[in-house]
Design a protein around this ligand. Structure first.
Ligand code: DX5
Ligand code: ZN
Length: 221
């Protein structure tokens, strides 16, 4: 499995009045990707941001834009997010009967496809599409909000996915998202996570963004 761990900073907890400065601070702190949580108020109980914000992030930063779609019928917006500058697009298996086609479409637009499973969804739900993705995102909270508590039971799924990837020689990133802190990250990392998403631990760290990123990195050093 690839190492070292990549950190994807989730803008859901950023200060949007100072987004450019916050993104610059992430870059200076050595964040690897920017994670953009798209919520439509239907798939999960919150409304956040759309292609418009992705476009602005693209203009501000050359960091990979890691877009997490928590929306109904994501296939309707794949092209818009690709055009806005998304480098990676991750879609949930839940409620998406045509997921295979959607993943193919993402790939055809030269965007890196990811599949996401909620805490209540087993790995068996996604095994058929694993050859069509570059990343599996294992949700460690129920989607909707930052600042929720990490659900440690999802690490069994991380281990299961890592096993499948090793056995089938798949070059897969395993991402974890939700409740990642300097306390919860070590177990996730040792279970096989290669990309950690964090919002609160980075943007709400009392000593600032650089200290938040450093605390995450130090936790697995
Ligand atoms: C939840 C989002 C997460 C969230 C993580 O629906 O997918 O990316 O912003 O926030 P923290 O790191 O605070 O749990
Ligand atoms: Zn997310």
């Amino acid at each position: 499995m690839p190492s070292p761990l990549l950190i994807s900073a989730s803008l859901l907890s950023a200060d949007f009045l100072h987004l450019a400065d916050q993104i610059a601070a992430c870059e200076n702190a050595g964040v690897d990707w920017l994670h953009i949580d798209v919520l439509d108020g239907h798939f999960a109980p919150n409304i956040s941001m759309g292609p418009f914000i992705v476009e602005h992030c693209r203009r501000q930063s050359s960091l990979p834009l890691d877009v997490h779609l928590m929306i109904e019928k994501p296939e309707r917006y794949i092209q818009a997010f690709a055009a806005a500058g998304a480098d990676r697009l991750s879609v949930h298996i839940e409620g998406n009967p045509n997921i295979h086609r959607t993943l193919q479409e993402i790939r055809s637009l030269n965007v890196s496809p990811g599949i996401v499973i909620n805490p209540g969804t087993p790995v068996s739900a996604i095994t058929a599409v694993l050859p069509h993705v570059d990343m599996v995102l294992v949700m460690s909270v129920n989607p909707g909000f930052s600042g929720q508590s990490f659900l440690p039971e999802v690490l069994d799924k991380v281990r299961e996915i890592r096993q499948i990837a090793l056995q089938s020689q798949m070059d897969l990133h395993i991402q974890i998202d939700g409740g990642i802190t300097a306390q919860t990250l070590p177990a996730a990392y040792h279970a096989g996570v290669t990309v950690a998403v964090a919002a609160t631990a980075i943007f709400k760290h009392p000593q600032g963004i650089a200290a938040g990123v450093a605390a995450l990195r130090n936790s697995i050093a």
